[in-house]
Design a protein around this ligand. Sequence first.
Ligand code: A3P
Length: 332
Amino acid sequence: MSSFPSAQASKEDAEYKNISEKHRHLIETLPKHNGWWTPYLYNYNGFWLSPNILKSNLILHSYFKPHPTDIFLASFMKSGTTWLKALIFSTLNRHRYSFSNHHLHNHSPHSTFWMLDIESYPITDFTNSLTPRLFSTHFAHTLLPPCMSSCKFVYVCRDPKDVLISKWHFMNKIRPKDLPPLSLDEAFALFCLGVSDYGPFWEQVMSYWRASLEYPDKIMFLKYEEIKKEPGVVVRKLAAFFGKPISEEEEEKGVVKEIVKLCSFENLSNLEVNKEGFEKFGKLVDIEKRGFFRKGVIGDWKNYLSEEMKERIDGIIDEKFKGSGLVFTTKV
Ligand code: A3P
């Protein structure tokens, strides 16, 4: 945690007071809607955020100082964040750990990244972490401080129908007991309205899609489905994107296969470290670790959504993505 000289400290305190005041005002004035695991979500600059996440966004803009070497993993919730954390960490650190005795055997993928969205004031001093520092976020690209745009981002998205089902299961696990369970019909209606933490889904995805077209050397845009299909190709792409391409020698040694195996759903979900206990996100949020691994497949939505529901979501996405060049290829 930072220790500031006293003049600096009082300046920071005054700034934090301003943020708290602004936050209070926003909560009173922004459009709100009932949420998935918080009573309400608030529409801030076009995106639905819970009160704490909204405050974190204000804090982020005031205090976060990116380093040029920082790497950010961005995603919509339930799109494969846990998987990508493992893949990025093991690709970047492939010279540091042996695959027979790997850091990820006893540390969860989440513990290898700082979660940017839920730090509270005074913001954590991230100087103790390894270089490059690894951060994850669910904020839309347009909600991030412009100073972060010089850093590299990996973005992962997923078929929205699978996102919806995954999120519905997850939210019912973490919903506070004083809120009634969320039915699939309610979750579906909220999702289609765009009312989803960090959403609308399509706006959040589009914010990174557009940025990736504009800055392809800074933003790598991935789909869960393409990683499932050819994980080795994605590992090679990641390594090259980070400026550490897989060498011929590494290819011969089977390094890519080792990374893919280490990060597979089967392997990660069966490790004791990912089955027992809670994941801590910032100071406020504890989530059961096993909740991050459910089925890990493409198309589980077919077990839950009617034809009509499928058509509705596909129709919204077709309309919102029209002309952008972004398509989900897994439609059935
Ligand atoms: P399902 O609920 O469809 O199974 P996030 O990490 O963004 O919260 O996303 C969670 C989703 O990714 C869950 O999807 C989870 O099972 C799946 N997942 C977690 N680890 C995975 C892995 N190693 N490979 C593939 N999918 C994984």
